[in-house]
Each structure stands twice: as structure tokens, then as C-alpha cells.
Design a protein around this ligand. Structure first.
Ligand SMILES: [Mn+2]
Length: 297
């Protein structure tokens, strides 16, 4: 039984009823895995609040994505132990996937991704993960915490070897050595800015289906100002949207998360950008179905 909370975008039960909705959003207010700035725990609510100021219509895609049905679940109550947090998220996501829903996880810090990936790994013999992030997150663990947000891609790679990491501009020397030794597909901002990255070529190497884990610190500060571990020099809005459009057109995306937004009472822009990113991604995902729905009806 899904308990309702404040809904993403609108409160019209015709489009937010959990039984009929194709998309379920799971807000997870967790910041147990952060290392620097606080505030990721309040971020999901800020995204839901900001989403009510979005336009329903996508003027680029010429569709109204909400008509696919988007329902927002109540945030799960979380235990204290990081491993138990992962298990709790795993069970929640599994339950939602069993209902044949497309599930979006909104964080919360990046450590929550592992629970979702575990649920995907139980259902897919083979799958890929694309990470947008300033940080490579490839430490084996961080401060004795296997489930730290700084180690999340190490956990992910225990479930799949097919990963693509984009926008990276911060790592320790051990991570750099590992990337070289294991020949990981990690593309730094520096490489991308030098033109040493071809998305189509990178996507060809990734078997379907694809999961996207999106740490919003991948963005430049002009897009996302409020994030726990900020790094200068990130992606601009249109760059990300263009890449995501190509990914959704080329690959079968089975789920995604948006993590590491940090709530600040002085910044309405960042949660709004995350809300819009979420809505854009749903538009890309359900474009074909939504094209058959007349928006001018
Ligand atoms: Mn990060």
C-alpha cells in the first residue's frame, strides 16, 4: 500500500493515482552518507515544492509528460545503519518495480543508489549504468563506510561491469590508478571539453537496459548551486539535456535517480532545475506514448 504525500507537479488524482500512474517517484530524505555540506535530507521536499511551478507542456517535445501518470510515494522511514538503509531502499524499489512501474528515486545523498541497483540486478541478467557526476565515487569505501556516497560506483560495479561515468573532475590517486588499471569508461570534464569524448561511441559499448544515476553536482554552479560536495566547471543545462535525449533515444532506460541536491533556504533555482530535469527525462522516456496524446484537446 502506497501512502500519498505531496505530489510531483500537480495534485489532480486523475494523473497521480498510484494504481494508474506509469511513473512512481520515491523521495528518499537521507543524508547519512554525506561527507561535506549538509542539506540533502530536505532536498526531495524542495524538489516536490518547486515542481508545482513547472509548466505541464514541454515546448521542445510538444507533449505533456504528466499525462503518462506520475504518482509520488511517501518517503520511507529509514534505519540508522547504512547497510540497513540500502536494504530498506532495495525492498521499497523492488516492491514498486514488481508493480511494473517506472521508478524515479529522488535523493538524498548518492549512497541511496545502491539499493535501487540491487533491485535492478535481481531482475536483469545484464544491464548498464550511466553516471553523471563531478566525482568518480570509486573509492572502495570512505571513512569506514562501504555505503558512503564517495564509494557508490564501487558498489554499483559489484553488480555490473558495464558503466559509463561522465563529467568527472575530482578523484583521489587510488581512483585514478583503478580507472587506468581496469580501463574504466570514465570521461573527465577536461577530456569532454577537449573533444575527446563521443557519446554515440560510448553508448555502443553499453548493453541494454540502462540505468542512469544523476548526481546533480555534475552540473555547473550556474545550473545547480546547492549541492553537498560542489566542484567548479561542470556541464551546462543544454549539454546535459542534449546528452540525455540521445541516451533515451538510443537506449532502453529502465530507471533513474537524481541525488545530492542540498536544500538551502536562499536558493529556489537549484530545486527547480532538478524538478525540471526529472520532468524532461520522463518526457524523453515516454515520448512515443505521449506523442499519441493530443495536447491541444
Ligand atoms: Mn558527486
Amino acid at each position: 500500500m502506497i501512502r500519498l504525500t505531496k505530489q510531483f507537479l500537480l495534485d489532480d488524482p486523475q494523473y497521480t493515482d498510484p494504481q494508474n500512474a506509469r511513473v512512481l517517484i520515491l523521495p528518499v530524505a537521507y543524508e547519512g552518507g554525506v561527507s561535506y555540506g549538509k542539506g540533502t535530507g530536505s532536498a526531495p521536499q524542495a524538489v516536490l515544492d518547486a515542481s508545482h511551478f513547472l509548466e505541464f507542456y514541454d515546448e521542445v517535445l510538444d507533449i505533456e509528460p504528466y499525462k503518462i501518470g506520475i504518482s509520488t510515494c511517501a518517503p520511507p522511514e529509514l534505519p540508522k545503519e547504512p547497510e540497513q538503509v540500502c536494504e530498506t531502499i532495495f525492498h521499497h524499489i523492488s516492491n514498486l518495480l514488481d508493480q511494473n512501474k517506472f521508478v524515479v528515486l529522488v535523493g538524498g545523498d548518492h549512497s541511496i543508489t545502491t539499493g535501487y541497483i540491487k533491485a535492478v540486478a535481481q531482475r536483469e541478467r545484464q544491464f548498464s549504468v550511466i553516471q553523471f557526476d563531478a566525482h568518480s565515487d570509486l573509492r572502495p569505501q570512505y571513512e569506514d563506510n562501504l555505503y558512503s556516497h564517495a564509494a557508490v560506483m564501487s558498489r554499483v560495479r559489484e553488480y555490473t561491469q558495464h558503466t559509463l561515468q561522465l563529467g568527472i573532475r575530482s578523484m583521489c590517486v587510488e581512483e585514478a590508478q583503478r580507472i587506468k588499471k581496469e580501463n574504466l569508461d570514465v570521461f573527465t570534464m577536461h577530456q569532454i571539453r577537449r573533444g575527446n569524448f563521443n557519446l554515440h561511441r560510448a553508448l555502443k559499448k553499453l548493453p541494454d537496459p540502462v540505468y542512469i544515476t544523476f548526481d546533480v553536482d555534475a552540473f555547473d554552479w550556474s545550473v545547480i548551486q546547492s549541492t553537498g560536495t560542489p566542484e567548479p566547471g561542470g556541464f551546462l543545462w543544454d549539454e546535459v539535456i542534449n546528452m540525455l535525449q540521445i541516451i533515451f533515444e538510443t537506449k532502453t532506460v529502465i530507471g533513474f535517480d537524481l541525488v545530492e541536491l542540498s536544500y538551502s533556504p536562499h536558493d529556489n533555482n537549484s530545486p527547480f532545475a532538478v524538478a525540471k530535469l526529472l520532468y524532461k527525462m520522463l518526457g524523453f522516456k515516454f515520448l512515443k506514448e505521449l506523442r499519441n496524446v493530443n495536447v491541444f484537446r
